[in-house]
Design a protein around this ligand. Structure first.
Ligand SMILES: Nc1nc2c(c(=O)[nH]1)N[C@H]1C(S)=C(S)[C@@H](COP(=O)(O)OP(=O)(O)OC[C@H]3O[C@@H](n4cnc5c(=O)[nH]c(N)nc54)[C@H](O)[C@@H]3O)O[C@H]1N2
Ligand SMILES: Nc1nc2c(c(=O)[nH]1)N[C@H]1C(S)=C(S)[C@@H](COP(=O)(O)OP(=O)(O)OC[C@H]3O[C@@H](n4cnc5c(=O)[nH]c(N)nc54)[C@H](O)[C@@H]3O)O[C@H]1N2
Ligand code: SF4
Ligand SMILES: [Mo]
Length: 821
């Protein structure tokens, strides 16, 4: 491993180094960090008054000392135009992570763009426009003028359906309250764009419709609940790898303090191994259902709990709806919602039948019911948390499956109480503040399908790369390449044209079926290869950015360095685009429409924050958040008292449920009847192909590898995505560690590197998602649920060998995930 072999020594942080609050901008956990900067020509000394730690560094430090940082936490960057040292290290005083980093967050510094150390040179520095057969650097004014002129040709005040928009809706890496407001105000305020989608799913909708329809917001507990609970039930999630410091700093202490763990995952993960270590193997129950059968399992658990009389009847009477059916099943509601009794009859399933469907032994289903709900010997209610994520969100029958979990929590009175919660673990941090999206409709338009079928004229893409991360990706890319190439050809043929002539040529190509693509990103992505205009954004830390984590903890990451070149915060890019629209529409003699694009005279991201989030939450300002540091405040913010923002540690402590917007404040139960693989084509795919291509994340990689692909540490470990496979299956296919295989089915094909994993079940593989060198989404079919939720996890294909291990693959370790702890 070549990693950091050149690092001999690192500078000591001087006592007077600038200190900034920072939150890791990768995952939902939102660990607190401190970013230190100081001039390049200075460094601190070993005497206590010469270094930031205030300790004598000439003496041996104790093992867990904070007076230390790793090479990955260091870089040389620009700040106010000057080269400065930068150290970003975990904050020991942050209650989220208590000084822990992770293999992703602790590399934030080395993943900044540096012209001195040469890191992340792939970052975009200038707006780029497709000219002369390639992308040419230019100014914002030039690039945005072209975007506005082409866009203006296809939008009218009451018809903006030809403008397609893909936009992040998250908090940290891209997003934040500033940037979701910037894009939201543009597309949902000034315009009413209907054909839009979110970064991770092919429509503009919720990941958890049923939970919200039942009245329960998906982030309802506090991380502290993990140390107050009796049972932690983790469903379709792998938190050691994906919410790392939530696992290490909250779940592990909870288990060490006596909590039991139930994990529901078709795969044996490192999380399970780590739970066994923390809780003792006898206190860990791994339910290993067949892919996509969770719903039958949860329904059997609840049936058993109800039949044993372990439900919380007082809570059900006081806080939930009594009418059998309050919301009938319909096109907008994939299951009826109503009283506990009626829902129980709808979901009722015996443990025997569920064991048959899921493959989970009956005894384990009963054990899970006992661990979740059997009262203590003194009759006291058992406290239990359910934490779920992409294994069921992107799984079979999203609406009913999540509804069934919320049923469990409500039936046992485990929501809104200490040591309880039915919560998403989460993906990115959140930072959602936008005008209403009611005009989008429910079900929302199936964006990808419309686009594949020739819909849309202009596509604005903000911070996502569908080429690597959408479903049905083989078809998506073919259609997208073909349509955007039509426009590129028209632009290439318009040699020497004026702006007006160029826009005419582009319009002509679009009317013939082409698509004009605008890409706002920090790097030149794969979908960006199809773009005609590319706009460079900055990241958190290169701008001030607010976000909230998985327990609704709101913090401000302070700007600690300059962005590269001309790059701007997304909110200011949106503002400039709005201003360009106003100017172009005015010039075109469309003053009424132009007037809708006013109100964007923001100079800074703080102006965007004040225009958006602050207008709805007047207590919250940058100054107050700065003072609140890395511990911030838990939303919703209730006030400002004694110089501090007052927050809400836990939702629904009063037993009043509001997420559905009902005035009665009562929660509803979901008639979550099991109905097999729900999405179109899934059962057929399963029956036609040998291997399950389960898929998801690894600890090391962040998302679609946008920074990893230019990071030697990440690329040394995984040159290409891995495919975990049972050794006997591999032997039958004639492949071994490192060999490249093609994964193929009727929907597409992709490639990956074989990784023998003895814990993998026969015919059940697991592939790393999102990689630039092998898109798992290529083999996912287009089937979605009634509300257009994708079903990435249930995918089946066949596997054949392509090539022997490459030299890069040969250097890698192929040790089992089942490590000795
Ligand atoms: N097969 C399969 N597919 C999946 C999933 C799965 O489990 N399996 N999971 C889905 C999920 S949960 C997710 S979240 C998606 C992720 O899918 P994407 O959203 O496509 O992936 P990311 O890597 O998060 O994309 C971030 C993009 O934003 C850019 N970026 C980063 N910071 C900034 C910024 O500040 N401003 C701007 N403008 N750009 C920025 C990055 O360069 C990158 O191109 O994938 C989904 N697809
Ligand atoms: N290291 C790292 N951490 C991340 C990310 C990252 O890219 N890298 N991305 C972040 C984002 S945006 C997200 S959304 C989260 C996702 O966080 P997670 O949901 O924890 O991650 P995944 O690996 O997508 O899927 C979790 C598990 O679902 C299981 N699964 C598959 N099919 C089924 C099924 O039918 N039933 C059940 N019960 N389980 C099933 C898989 O085996 C896998 O172990 O991670 C966040 N954290
Ligand atoms: S656990 Fe998540 S938030 Fe914390 S350092 Fe790692 S990636 Fe960042
Ligand atoms: Mo995600």
């Amino acid at each position: 491993m070549a990693y950091k072999r050149f690092t001999d020594r690192l500078p000591i942080i001087p006592a007077d180094a600038d200190e900034h609050n920072a939150v890791c901008h990768y995952c939902i956990v939102g660990c607190g960090y401190k970013a230190y900067t100081w001039p390049l020509n200075r460094q601190g000394g070993t005497a206590p008054n010469q270094n930031k730690f205030g300790v004598d560094l000439s003496a041996q430090q104790f093992q867990d000392t904070e007076a230390w940082y790793a090479p990955s936490m260091y870089n040389v960057v620009k700040k106010n135009g000057q080269d400065v040292h930068l150290v970003i290290k975990p904050d020991v005083n942050c209650v989220v992570n208590s000084g822990l980093g992770s293999i992703r967050g602790a590399r934030m510094a080395e993943n900044r763009r540096s012209d001195v150390t040469g890191t992340q040179q792939q970052r975009l520095t200038d707006p780029l426009v497709w000219r002369y057969g390639t992308w040419q650097p230019t100014t914002w004014d030039d690039a945005l003028d072209l975007v506005a002129r082409v866009t203006a040709r296809f939008v009218e005040p009451e018809d903006e359906d030809q403008l397609y928009v893909s936009m992040f809706d998250h908090g940290g890496s891209a997003g934040g309250y500033e940037n979701t407001w910037g894009t939201g105000k543009l597309y949902f305020g000034s315009m009413k764009v209907k054909n839009c989608r979110i970064h991770n799913r092919p429509a503009y909708n919720s990941e958890v419709h049923s939970s919200r329809d039942m009245g329960v917001d998906e982030l309802n507990y506090a991380y502290a609940d993990y140390t107050l609970t009796d049972t932690i039930m983790i469903v379709g999630a792998n938190p050691l790898e994906t919410q790392t410091n939530l696992f290490l700093n909250h779940m592990v202490p909870g288990m060490q303090g006596g909590a039991r763990a139930i994990i529901v995952d078709p795969r044996r993960t490192v999380t399970i191994r780590a739970c066994e270590e923390a809780a003792g193997a006898g206190n860990v129950l791994h339910l290993q259902p067949k892919s996509g059968t969770d719903l039958a399992l949860f329904n059997a658990i609840l049936t058993h709990i109800a039949d044993q009389g372990w439900v919380d009847t007082d809570f059900i009477a006081a806080s939930t709806i009594q009418a059998a059916v309050e919301v009938p099943q319909s096109e907008t509601h994939p299951a009826a919602l109503g009283s506990f009794e009626a829902a129980l009859e709808a979901i009722r399933i015996s443990t025997a039948e569920a064991a048959e469907i899921t493959g989970v032994p009956e005894a384990d289903i009963i054990k899970a019911a006992e661990w979740y709900a059997r009262p203590h010997d003194d009759g006291a209610r058992r406290k239990a948390i359910i934490a779920y994520e992409k294994g069921i969100i992107w799984g079979n029958d999203n609406y009913r499956t999540i509804g069934a979990l919320v049923n469990l929590g409500l039936a046992c009175g485990n929501i809104g109480r200490e040591g309880g919660g039915v919560c998403r673990l989460g993906g990115h941090q959140e930072g959602y503040y936008r005008p209403g999206d009611g005009h989008v409709g429910r079900p929302a338009p199936y964006f990808d399908r419309l686009l594949i079928d020739g819909g849309g004229a202009v596509h604005h893409v903000w911070a996502c790369d569908h080429y690597k991360t959408t479903l049905n990706a083989s078809r998506f890319k073919r259609a997208y390449n073909q349509r955007t190439n039509m426009v590129k050809e028209a632009m290439d043929n318009a040699i020497g044209a004026t702006r007006e002539e160029l826009v005419d040529a582009i319009e002509g190509a679009i009317r013939a079926g082409g698509l004009f693509s605008v890409n706002v990103d920090i790097i030149h992505t794969q979908i960006g290869q199809a773009a005609h205009v590319i706009l460079p954004a900055v990241e958190a830390g290169e701008m001030n950015l607010t976000s909230m984590n998985g327990e609704r903890r709101l913090r401000l990451t302070e700007k600690y360095m300059d962005g590269p070149g001309q790059a701007l915060p997304d909110c200011l890019i949106a503002a400039r685009l709005a201003q360009a629209m106003e100017r172009v529409l005015t010039e075109e003699g469309r003053p009424d429409y132009a007037a809708r694009f006013q109100g964007y005279d923001w100079q800074t991201e703080e102006d965007a924050f004040m225009d958006g989030y602050n207008s709805g939450n007047p207590e919250v300002t940058y100054e107050r958040l700065r003072a609140a540091g890395t511990n911030g405040v838990q939303e919703p913010v209730l006030g400002f008292e004694n110089g501090q923002l007052v927050g809400t540690p836990r939702l629904y402590t009063d037993g009043v449920f509001t997420r559905h917007g009902r005035e009665d404040g009562k929660a509803l139960f979901c008639h979550a009847t099991w109905r097999g693989l729900q999405a179109a084509g899934k059962a057929q795919q399963r029956d036609s192909h040998r291997f399950l291509i389960n898929n998801g994340r690894s600890n090391l990689n962040w998302q679609n590898w946008f920074l990893d692909q230019d990071n030697d540490f990440a690329m040394d470990r995984w040159s290409v995505p891995f495919l975990q496979i049972n050794p006997e299956d591999a032997a039958e296919l004639g492949v071994g560690n490192g060999d490249l295989v093609e994964i193929h089915n009727a929907d597409g094909a992709t490639q990956a590197m074989v990784y023998l994993e003895p814990t993998a079940r026969r015919n059940e593989t697991f592939m790393l998602f999102g990689a630039p060198s092998g898109t798992q989404g290529n083999v996912i079919n287009g089937g979605v649920n009634e509300l257009v939720l994708p079903n990435y996890k249930q995918t089946w294909a066949d596997i054949r060998k392509i090539a022997d291990a490459t030299p890069a693959a040969r250097r890698q370790s192929f040790k089992s995930w089942e490590v000795e702890l």
